[in-house]
Design a protein around this ligand. Structure first.
Ligand code: ASP
Ligand code: MG
Length: 456
């Protein structure tokens, strides 16, 4: 734990916030404006990780490979060109050479060798960003240091979606990172870590928020600021509902539901470490910090019945039918054991006498972007049950307080859904949400009706 008299904030900047030199300069001015910001976590520049993911395919045609490498180099060098000194160019040159070598090795490799190489390749985006932001800060006279997060972010060896080891992270961070913050601003990478043997791992797409929350927890930070391209969290995605309203303050429980149910602003895993360590989280816009943002904390003044709507597209509904389920024990345990072996986390579940329906989505998927439902999974499920898969569904969650204990909520929600078909309906497990699954083609209209009736 840090000394309460010397508060330390962790600030995380996302891909659009580090996309170019202008954006990096805005990050720097936010860092400079608050001297308690001592640890800065960065994502890869916008578009870089997507390209690196494409480059992890061993069978990519060579011209595609060359095009992607060039596009990444163009993004990074456009920033280098605005910086002074030959050292930074040499450092970026070295990283991009490493990138090209990894891509070359991937193109010749098969099987088990691929995953560790892919994670090393994916780490290049975050490594470039931290190097570049450090230099921008230095040029402004800030004593900044680029810190390799793999020295402290210990994870298991599950490439593409590694699980951090919080105890090791805390020990390492207090020993190796915290002392640096006394005199320097430490700039480090989100998304990446390393296993016990030092092999680079990644935490899954969008994992930088999670990294920042884990580091804030490990360092006993006084606050975590997530700087992104929107000025906080809204009552619904403003691209879907034009009169969605900004939310000044949210509880951890509400924020966790929102992140889980599709508000893309925070990676769903982010809230847990923050809540565990009671670290308040601020979400604001790098381009317009003066607009304020959303504070997420344990206790907040307002606890409205309806706070927000979250929408998650691209849902898959998997229904498992089995007559063996009738009056038997252990069917669900077996089903979930298989899903767990395939690293699939289940979201919603409903059951009947002989079937169980569950939703899956890509949020919990690994860094490679592969589909969750693989042939291998279906093969393993086949002896147990008959499986039906439905796609193109969307999940809509009503987020608020005391939902499970307030009468009349169901009728208001159902009334707004009107005569659209509800494919699944879940309520009861949490006081903070009620959610249902509908066809993606209908979800925007339903969301607008619900927002108008519950949140205006
Ligand atoms: N760069 C990684 C991604 O695009 C991690 C992150 O941005 O949070 O998924
Ligand atoms: Mg993100």
């Amino acid at each position: 734990m840090t000394n309460a008299s010397t508060p330390l904030q962790v600030a995380k900047f996302g891909g659009t916030s580090v996309a170019d030199f202008t954006a990096l300069s805005q990050c720097a001015s936010i860092i400079v404006s608050d001297p308690t910001t001592r640890v800065v976590v960065v994502s890869a520049a916008a578009g870089v990780t997507n390209r690196l993911v494409e480059l992890t395919q061993a069978d990519l045609p060579n011209n595609e490979r060359q095009r992607l490498l060039k596009e990444i180099a163009a993004i990074e060098y456009a920033i280098v060109d605005q910086l002074s000194g030959s050292e930074i160019r040499a450092a970026v040159d070295a990283l991009l050479t490493q990138m090209a070598n990894l891509v070359d090795r991937i193109s010749h490799c098969t099987g088990d060798q691929l995953a560790p190489l892919a994670d090393s390749l994916l780490s290049i985006g975050e490594r470039c960003s931290s190097l570049l932001l450090t230099q921008v800060l230095k040029q402004l006279g800030v004593d900044a240091v680029n810190f390799d997060v793999t020295r402290v972010m210990r994870t298991d060896g599950h490439h593409g979606k590694a699980t951090p080891d919080c105890a090791s992270l805390t020990l390492n961070a207090l020993e190796q990172l915290l002392p640096l913050t006394e005199n320097q601003v430490v700039v480090t990478q989100g998304f990446i870590g390393a296993d016990d043997e030092g092999n680079v791992t990644t935490l899954g797409r969008g994992g930088s928020d999670f990294s920042a929350a884990l580091l804030a927890e490990a360092l006993g930070a006084s606050a975590l600021a997530i700087w992104t391209d929107v000025n906080g969290i809204y009552s619904c995605d403003p691209r879907v509902v034009v009169d969605a309203k900004p939310i000044a303050e949210l509880s951890f429980s509400e924020a966790a539901e929102m992140a889980t149910f599709g508000s893309k602003i925070l990676h769903p895993a982010t809230i847990l470490p923050a809540q565990r360590s009671q670290t308040p989280v601020f979400v604001g816009c790098t381009r317009a910090p003066e607009q304020g943002g959303t504070w997420i904390r344990n206790h907040c003044e307002s606890r409205p019945k309806f706070r927000a709507l979250s929408l998650r597209r691209g849902q898959t509904l998997l229904t498992a039918h089995s007559l063996n389920m009738l009056h038997s024990q252990g069917f669900l345990a077996e089903l979930f054991a298989i899903l767990a072996r395939h690293r699939i986390s289940v979201d919603l579940i409903t059951t009947s006498e002989v079937s169980v329906a569950l939703t899956l989505d890509q949020t919990g998927s690994d860094s490679s972007g592969r589909s969750l439902i693989t042939e291998a999974l279906l093969e393993e499920l086949a002896p147990l049950c008959r499986v039906e898969v439905e796609r193109d569904l969307s999940l809509l969650a009503v987020i608020g307080n005391h939902i499970a204990h307030t009468s009349g909520i169901g009728i208001r929600v159902l009334d707004a859904i009107g005569d659209s078909n509800i494919r699944m309906f879940c309520q009861g497990a949490s006081a903070h949400n009620l959610c249902f699954l509908v066809a993606s083609s209908e979800v925007e209209a339903i969301t607008n009706r619900l927002h108008a009736r519950l949140l205006n």
